[in-house]
Design a protein around this ligand. Structure first.
Ligand code: TA6
Length: 288
């Protein structure tokens, strides 16, 4: 069966062997196994999830693709002061809605979030959130749909906090040269990227603004990862390195050295969605 469910997860199996596992907790994609267009013939795990992650719903998953909504980072505005870092979408239990596609081209499912009373108390603005996850032979698409039933404007941030598995010291992200970035390691100063390829040889927490929406992660000697995004005008590159990484209680030993986060999102700005309008933020990852 291409789509199976357990009490807490949804699994997608592609006819050609790739697979995805989604926790209903946070609608967090916690596994994506894929072959590559040119390289690896058999599916291999493409996402990092720390072995010390809390997968019981007690804490957001340290890895996979956590969904940041309705804010990114710590609260910046008074009306968000009750929210935790990155908002609540990644720590609410979502509902499996239905299978959207199930054929040789791909397998696609939709999950929806009906916020808990606790989340609504922290963020009283009405919204409808759905998440469409689509698996193809060498590709994973994750689309976040935000609907504003009104009556007032819905103001939010959204970001897909993707942990790409691989040797962090061999990772390089292109094309970011010439972009302005907010360097959160250097007190959020704004700088212009002058490197052809951005590595994470040191603690990196950079928000690239007005980004092109198409990126490559080159791994020396391994499959290149292509990331395309729509409606996410920023992209964050993050790796905590040994010191900050070592302080994360749910980071396995040296786990910081086995991923790079490349995160399409609205990290430096808020979306103002008018009543009865909807918005979609999309990420499409392909293993070349
Ligand atoms: O996306 C980068 C970032 O905002 C970093 O500043 C760091 O806080 C990271 O997210 C992880 O956040 P978390 O709340 O999951 O520990």
């Amino acid at each position: 069966m291409p789509v199976t469910q357990t009490e807490s997860t949804v699994q997608l199996i592609h006819p050609k062997g790739s697979s995805v596992e989604i926790l209903l907790y946070g609608a967090t994609v916690v596994s994506w196994k894929s072959a590559s267009v040119k390289g690896a013939a058999s599916p291999v795990e493409r996402l990092f999830v720390s072995s010390k992650s809390f997968l019981d719903g007690s804490k957001p998953v340290r890895g996979g693709i956590p969904i940041c909504f309705p804010i990114f980072g710590p609260p910046q505005r008074e009306e968000h002061s009750k929210l935790s870092q990155h908002g609540f979408a990644r720590s609410e239990v979502w509902t499996f809605d239905r299978v959207l596609l199930d054929d040789d081209a791909g397998v696609s499912v939709k999950l929806v979030l009906n916020p808990s009373p606790a989340a609504t108390a922290k963020f009283p603005n009405p919204f409808k959130l759905s998440y469409v996850v689509t698996l193809a032979e060498h590709q994973l698409s994750t689309d976040l749909h935000v609907e504003n039933p009104g009556p007032s404007t819905l103001t939010f941030q959204a970001l897909l906090h993707t942990y790409h598995r691989g040797p962090a010291q061999l990772a390089a992200v292109t094309p970011l040269k010439g972009l302005t970035y907010i360097d959160k390691v250097r007190d959020a100063g704004r700088f212009t990227e002058d490197r052809e390829a951005v590595d994470v040889h040191k603690f990196t927490d950079s928000v690239y603004v007005d980004a092109p929406g198409k990126y490559h992660i080159g791994w020396e000697g391994a499959d290149t990862v292509e990331i395309k995004s729509k409606n996410f005008n920023d992209v964050v590159v993050w790796n905590p390195g040994p010191v900050a990484g070592g302080k994360l209680a749910d980071m396995e030993e040296n786990g910081w050295d086995t991923f790079i986060c490349v995160e399409p999102g609205t990290a430096s700005y808020f979306v103002d969605l008018e009543a009865s309008k909807s918005w979609i933020g999309q990420q499409v990852i392909t293993i070349l």
